[in-house]
Design a protein around this ligand. Structure first.
Ligand code: NAD
Length: 728
C-alpha cells in the first residue's frame, strides 16, 4: 500500500493502528490526497480478515486535525465556476458529488462492519470531528479540543456532522452546538457523551485498542432496528413545542443573514424525519448549495484564509529577522495600559508598568489580577499559572525602570503635550535600539515622533478596548517609521495572539474612521426623525453586533464630542457636521455621557432591569411615521457608509491590502461578518452595483454617499478590489 500521509500497522491481536501524519504540514488537514489514502486504507482493512478493528489517530503531538483544507474548497469552487459556463447542470452535479466525498467515506467507516475508534490526541476540528463521530468509539486526551466551528466561516458541518450530533444529543442542545459552532474540551465532550472516555496521552492507544478488544459493536444505534431519536420524533407534541421556537430564535440571532446557519436548521429538521442515509443526502445537497453562496465565499476568504495569513505575518517586512520582544514597558497604567500589560504578561513577556506614582501603577497591575482571578474561578486557568503571569508585571513610577525594555508602549492621556513630555523622557531612558510605540487613537504618529530622537524607531500600536477581548491591533506606520519598528510591532502582536493590520498614518487610522461613519449615519437618521429603535434594529438586521447608539454609549458621548471638537480645531468648522455637534453637545450638557454615566442614548437602570432607549430622544426631533420609512434602505445606508469609508482609506493608500480592510472591519468593529468585511461587501455585490447604490443614496441623502473616483473607475473597468490590489 502506497501511503504518504498515513502509517498503518497491525498488532498481534489483529488491531490496526492508522496514524495520520502529513510529512509537509505542521497540522493534519483533509486534502484530496488524504481522502484518497483513507479510501485505500478502507479497501485494505475491509478486505483483510485478520484485521479486527482500527484505531485512527494522529502522529502530530497535541493535534489530531484542523479539519478540511479550506483551500481545497476554494479549488472545488474554481473548478465549478469554470465548468458552469459551459454546462451549469453538470457543474452543479459535480460539485454535489465532491461535497459528498468526505461524508460518504465517513459513512463507509461507520458501516464497514469493523469497529473504528478515534484516538483524539489533541485539537480535532470540523471534518476531523465528523470523522470521529462516525467512528464507533472515541477516546480523547484531557488537552483535546473538539467541535464543529464551520458555521463561523459561513458554511456548516457537511460530512454527517449535523445528522450524527442531532442523533447523539437532544435536539435543542444539538442545534445550539451546531449554530454556535461550539468547540469544547474533552471533559465537556465526555459529560455530553460525545466521547466515551478521557485518558492521559501515554494511555491513549492502549485504551483505544482495549475498547476494540472488549468487543466494541461495529454498528451505530441509528443503524439498528427500533432506534429512537433522543428528543423523539419531529412530528410529536414535543416537536410541536420545540420547532416554532427554533425558527424564531434562529431569526433573532441571525436575522437570516447566514445561509450556513439556515442550512443547519433545515438539515436537522428534515434529517430527523428520514433514515440516516437519506438524511446524509439532504445534508450533502444543502452543503453544495451553501458553498455556492457569496456569503460562504466571502466568509471563508476573510475569516479563515486572510485572518490566518495576516496573523502569521503576511504584511511583515521580510528584510528584518524575527525578534519577539521579551521585555516590554508600558507607560500609563490606565484603562488601556493595564490591558496591554495584561496581554503581554499572558504571552510570557516581562512587563514594567509605569504611571505617575506607585498607587496608579499598582492599580493597573490590580486590573490584571482581577482578570486572572476570574479566569481561575471559571476553571480556565490554574492558580499557579495565574500567579506566575501576574508576577511578570512590575509596577513602577520612574522611567529608569524601562532601561531593559525591547519595546516601550505608551498609553498616557490623549494629549499632545503630555505625550510629548513622556516620549522625550522615555527616549532618554531607553536602550539605544529599543522600539517606541504609541497607542494613541487620534493623534498622527508622524507628529508624535517629532519628540523622539530617532523617528525610524517610532511606530503606532493601536489597541481596541477591552484589550483582553478585542482581537484586532492596528500597526501604524508614520512617515519616518522604519521597517524594524514595523517588524517588531508585528512580532509583538503575533506573540500576544492578536491579528494585526498595517496602516499608514492618518487621522483616525482605519477602524475608527469607519466606526465614526457608522455613528454619524445614526446621528443623521435621528435628525431626520427616524425613531431610535428603528435605527438600532436596522443596524442589527444589517448584521452589526451592536447598534450605533448603543456603541456610542459604550465609547462615551463626551469622547465623540471631543473628537468632533478636535477635528474642528485642526481642520476648521467645515470639517464637522454642525447638526452632529449640536446633538452630542446637547447630550453631554445634560450629563448623558453614555454607559459610564448611567445615561446616554440609552438609560441604564439598576439590574436586573435592562437598558432601554432614552424616551427623551423622541422630543429632540420631529418623529417620522414608521410606516413611511424604508428599513431596507436604513440597512443599506449603514453598510454602504462604512464600506465607502473603507474604500476611501484604500484610495488614499492608508490601507493597502483589501484583506486588511476586511479582517480589520470584522475584528475591529464587527462589520456584518456574513459580507466578509467592508471591502468584500463591495466586491461581493459587484463594484458597479455598489456605485449605483451609492449614487442612489447620494441623491436622497447627500454627497457623503458619493462614490470615490477610484470606485467609478473600477466599476467602469469591471474590476474588483481583490483583483486590483492583489498582493504581488
Ligand atoms: P486613562 O485615562 O484610563 O489612562 C491614562 C493613564 O496614563 C492614567 O493612569 C494616567 O495616570 C497615566 N498618565 C498620564 N500622564 C502620565 C505621565 N506623564 N506619566 C505616566 N503616566 C501618565 O486613558 P486610556 O483610556 O487608557 O487611554 C490611554 C491612551 O490609549 C490614549 O492615548 C487613548 O487615546 C488611547 N486609546 C484609548 C482607547 C479607549 O477605548 N479608551 C482605545 C484605543 C486607544
Amino acid at each position: 500500500m502506497d501511503l504518504r500521509n498515513f502509517d498503518l500497522t497491525t498488532d498481534a491481536d489483529g488491531i490496526a493502528t492508522l496514524t495520520w501524519d502529513m510529512p509537509d504540514r505542521s497540522m493534519n488537514v483533509f486534502t484530496e490526497a488524504v481522502m484518497d489514502e483513507i479510501e485505500t486504507v478502507l479497501d485494505a482493512v475491509t478486505a483483510n480478515a485478520t484485521i479486527k478493528g482500527v484505531v485512527f489517530t494522529s502522529g502530530k503531538a497535541g493535534s489530531f486535525t484542523g479539519g478540511a483544507d479550506l483551500k481545497m474548497l476554494g479549488r472545488m469552487l474554481e473548478a465549478h465556476d469554470a465548468l458552469k459556463r459551459d454546462d451549469p447542470e453538470a457543474a452543479a452535479q459535480a460539485l454535489f458529488e465532491q461535497c459528498g466525498r468526505m461524508g460518504a467515506l465517513w459513512r463507509r467507516i461507520e458501516t464497514c462492519g469493523k469497529p473504528f475508534v478515534a484516538a483524539i490526541n489533541g485539537t480535532c476540528m470540523g471534518g476531523g470531528f465528523e470523522l470521529a463521530l462516525a467512528c464507533h468509539g472515541r477516546i480523547a486526551t484531557p488537552n483535546a479540543v473538539m467541535g464543529l466551528p464551520e458555521v463561523k466561516v459561513g458554511i456548516f458541518p457537511g460530512a454527517g456532522g449535523t445528522q450524527r450530533i442531532a442523533r447523539m444529543l437532544d435536539t435543542q442542545s444539538a442545534l445550539q452546538m451546531l449554530l454556535k459552532g461550539e468547540t469544547m474540551r474533552a471533559d465537556k465532550a465526555l459529560s455530553r457523551k460525545l466521547i466515551d472516555a478521557c485518558v492521559e496521552p501515554a494511555a491513549l492507544l492502549d485504551a483505544a485498542k482495549a475498547m476494540i478488544a472488549a468487543g466494541l459493536p461495529a454498528i451505530k444505534p441509528w443503524d439498528e432496528k427500533g432506534y429512537k431519536l433522543p428528543s423523539g420524533p419531529v412530528y410529536s407534541a414535543a416537536g410541536a413545542q420545540l420547532w416554532p421556537a427554533v425558527s424564531s430564535l434562529y431569526r433573532k440571532e441571525t436575522f437570516d443573514n447566514y445561509p450556513g446557519a439556515r442550512a443547519i436548521v433545515k438539515c436537522v429538521y428534515e434529517g430527523l424525519l428520514l433514515p440516516i442515509d437519506q438524511a446524509l443526502r439532504v445534508e450533502q445537497r444543502y452543503f453544495a448549495s451553501v458553498l455556492r453562496t457569496t456569503q460562504a465565499a466571502m466568509m471563508i476568504r476573510s475569516l479563515f484564509v486572510s485572518m490566518q495569513e495576516l496573523s502569521k505575518g503576511a504584511k511583515r517586512p521580510r528584510s528584518v529577522a524575527e525578534a519577539t520582544p521579551r521585555r516590554v514597558a508600558v507607560i500609563g497604567a490606565g484603562f488601556m495600559g493595564a490591558g496591554i500589560a495584561h496581554v503581554a504578561a499572558a504571552a510570557g513577556m516581562e512587563v514594567v508598568l509605569i504611571d505617575r506614582d506607585m498607587p496608579a501603577a499598582q492599580k493597573g497591575k490590580d486590573h490584571s489580577a482581577t482578570l486572572l482571578a476570574a479566569q481561575v474561578e471559571k476553571g480556565r486557568m490554574a492558580r499557579d499559572k495565574a500567579d506566575a503571569q501576574l508576577a511578570r508585571i512590575t509596577p513602577a513610577d520612574d522611567m529608569a525602570a524601562l532601561a531593559a525594555a525591547d519595546l516601550v508602549i505608551e498609553a498616557v492621556f490623549e494629549d499632545r503635550g503630555v505625550k510629548a513630555d513622556v516620549i522625550s523622557r522615555a527616549a532618554a531612558a531607553m536602550k539605544p535600539d529599543a522600539i517606541f510605540a504609541s497607542n494613541t487613537s487620534t493623534l498622527p504618529i508622524t507628529g508624535l515622533a517629532e519628540s523622539f530622537p530617532d523617528a525610524a524607531r517610532f511606530v503606532g500600536i493601536h489597541f481596541f478596548s477591552p484589550v483582553d477581548k478585542m482581537m484586532l491591533v492596528e500597526v501604524i506606520r508614520g512617515a519616518q517609521t522604519g521597517e524594524t519598528a514595523v517588524a517588531t510591532a508585528l512580532d509583538f502582536v503575533r506573540a500576544i495572539r492578536k491579528t494585526p493590520i498595517v496602516v499608514n498614518d492618518t487621522r483616525g487610522f482605519f477602524a475608527n474612521r469607519c466606526v465614526l461613519a457608522y455613528m454619524s449615519e445614526a446621528y443623521d437618521m435621528l435628525i431626520e426623525g427616524i425613531p431610535a429603535p428603528m435605527i438600532e434594529n436596522a443596524a442589527r438586521m444589517a448584521g452589526m453586533p451592536v447598534g450605533p447608539l448603543a456603541l456610542n454609549d459604550e465609547v462615551a458621548i463626551d469622547l465623540s464630542a471631543r473628537i468632533l471638537k478636535a477635528a474642528m480645531a485642526d481642520l476648521g468648522p467645515g470639517a464637522v457636521d454642525q447638526g452632529h455637534y449640536a446633538l452630542v453637545s446637547a447630550l453631554v450638557a445634560d450629563g448623558r455621557l453614555g454607559r459610564k454615566a448611567g445615561k446616554g442614548f440609552y438609560d441604564y437602570p439598576a439590574k436586573p432591569a435592562r437598558k432601554h432607549l432614552w424616551p427623551g430622544l423622541k422630543a429632540m426631533f420631529q418623529q417620522k411615521d414608521p410606516d413611511t420609512i424604508d428599513v431596507t434602505e436604513l440597512q443599506q445606508r449603514f453598510l454602504a457608509i462604512m464600506a465607502l469609508e473603507a474604500a476611501r482609506t484604500m484610495a488614499e493608500g492608508v490601507v493597502t491590502d483589501p484583506r486588511e480592510a476586511d479582517v480589520g472591519s470584522i475584528l475591529g468593529f464587527g462589520y456584518a461578518p456574513y459580507t466578509g468585511g467592508a471591502i468584500s461587501y463591495i466586491d461581493g455585490m459587484g463594484v458597479d452595483r455598489f456605485v449605483a447604490l451609492c449614487e442612489r443614496l447620494a441623491a436622497s441623502h447627500g454627497p457623503r454617499f458619493a462614490p470615490t473616483p477610484q470606485l467609478r473607475d473600477m466599476a467602469a473597468a469591471g474590476e474588483t478590489f481583490y483583483a486590483r490590489f492583489a498582493p504581488a
